[in-house]
Ligand binder design. Structure first.
Ligand code: SAH
Length: 434
């Protein structure tokens, strides 16, 4: 089918795919122009696109409610509102996930499960999130409920599994707050392991409902390979993986570095990261559950003899970009290279400006199209140190091998509810969360 004819019937109301109807090659060109505008003097390479740019989203969530006639509907929020636009099949979502959501919608009546009403606070089912693992085929279904009790839950699970034997786990997530966040903090296991496992760049990862995982597995491999290439690792480096999520970039880099330190705010992601390091027998990585800026500042403030020398920093902050605290600490730690991964060219451009003024040159930017049909674009940028930093202060400190740290002191730093940043599930009208 010609790209130009592929227009989704609910494209306008949903607003999630801003580039519907635009041929894929043109989409990539538009994105390249946008990145160039934000990037100043940086060399911007042609975006790496997908061969098959449909149904790439491995995380799908649907809001549940009722239409005016009282029929159960599921779909996405209409741009700028909390009205649900019914969606059965979506061009960018995983097809199995869409089919599972449709089945759940069909089961609700016979199980007398009411959908939740935001205004009255009455009802039970708020959202369904489905996560699929590209490499292993595992599928996790998360039923987001306003209370922990699902009537006839065993029979519900039976019926759902009978219709979709491909499902490997089912979890209730309790979200009893008046919030636009999809997920609450508490998960109750109904069936299976409670998470999916996926394989990426030679490692296996456990991904829990509340942890961030890139939504496009095919392009994530491309992105990580480019990021590791930019880092020019020789096996001798100490590397920081800031905003590390479940530890995927750090573990991909660990095979080529002396040691890696992962820093992440979301405790669920850090737990996954620790389990993942063990699972992959990755002994030269350790994790800290802390705000990345605060952690970096502590590294800077460490007494000279205990200071960990940092050679390379990978940073992959949420859409809002990094903080000045973090960026300042990076410049003080003075790594030779910084590899900045970003899903928002605007905040990336802003942060690159800061880095330019403080002794770093953004050398090259490789856009990777993780989000076809939307106007989002992922970028990986290599920055090199231009000034001699604080070499004289750099002492050799080593993070002990296998030291999967989750220290008490650092746990206290949890701030936001469940410690999630803006990149996690949140029904942003017209803009999907990654
Ligand atoms: N690098 C990972 C995750 C990137 S998403 C990957 O490729 O999968 C950004 C991550 O930053 C999320 O896991 C989010 O929880 C985390 N985060 C958000 N704000 C943070 C902060 N202030 N300090 C540390 N981590 C943060």
């Amino acid at each position: 089918m010609d790209n130009e004819q592929k227009v989704c019937p609910v494209a306008k109301k949903c607003g999630g795919c801003q580039l519907q109807g635009v041929p894929y090659k043109k989409q990539l060109e538009k994105k390249r122009q946008l990145v160039k505008q934000c990037m100043g003097d940086v060399r911007v390479l042609a975006p790496i696109g997908m061969e098959e740019p449909e149904h790439y989203r491995n995380k799908v969530h649907a809001a549940f409610g009722r239409d005016r006639k009282g029929n159960v509907i599921s779909g996405v929020y209409e741009s700028g509102t909390h009205h649900i636009v019914p969606v059965d099949r979506c061009m960018i979502e995983d097809e199995q996930a869409d089919a599972i959501i449709a089945t759940i919608r069909g089961l609700l009546k016979s199980f007398r499960i009411k959908t939740y009403d935001e205004d009255s606070g009455y009802g039970l089912l708020r959202h369904v999130m489905v996560r699929t693992a590209h490499a292993t085929g595992e599928i996790l279904v998360v039923l987001v409920l306003a209370s922990p009790i699902l009537p006839a839950k065993n029979n519900f699970v039976k019926a759902l599994r009978a219709a979709h034997p491909e499902i490997t786990s089912i979890v209730i997530n309790v979200n009893d707050r008046h919030t636009s966040m999809v997920l609450g903090e508490r998960n109750i296991l109904l069936y299976g392991k409670g998470y999916i496992e996926d394989e990426l760049c030679g490692n296996r990862y456990r991904i829990s409902p509340n942890s961030f995982y890139q939504v496009n597995a095919v392009q994530t491999k491309v992105l990580y390979e480019k990021a590791v290439e930019y880092a020019h690792l020789t096996g001798k480096e100490t590397v920081i993986d800031a905003y590390c999520g479940i530890g995927t970039i750090g573990m991909t880099a660990a095979a080529h570095a002396k040691q890696v330190i992962g820093v992440e705010l979301n405790p669920s992601a850090v737990k996954d990261a620790i389990a993942n390091a063990r699972r992959n027998d990755c002994k030269n990585i350790s994790f800290y559950n802390e705000d990345a800026g605060v952690y970096m500042r502590k590294l800077v403030a460490a007494p000279a003899g205990e200071r960990v020398p940092v050679d390379v920093v990978f940073m992959d902050p949420p859409r809002s970009g990094s903080s000045e605290t973090f960026l300042e600490a990076v410049t003080l730690l003075s790594p030779k290279r910084v590899v900045y991964i970003s899903c928002d060219p605007h905040t990336l451009g802003r942060d690159l400006d800061y880095m330019r003024k403080h002794g770093y040159r953004p050398v090259e930017c490789q856009p990777v199209d993780m989000f076809p049909y939307t106007d989002d674009i992922e970028n990986v940028v290599l920055l090199e140190r231009t000034r001699q930093g604080h070499e004289s202060q750099r002492q050799s400190g080593t993070v002990k091998p296998g030291n999967y740290r989750y220290s008490k002191e650092l746990r206290k730093v949890r701030t936001a509810a469940s410690g999630r940043g803006p990149k996690t599930s949140k029904p942003q009208s017209g803009k999907r969360s990654h």
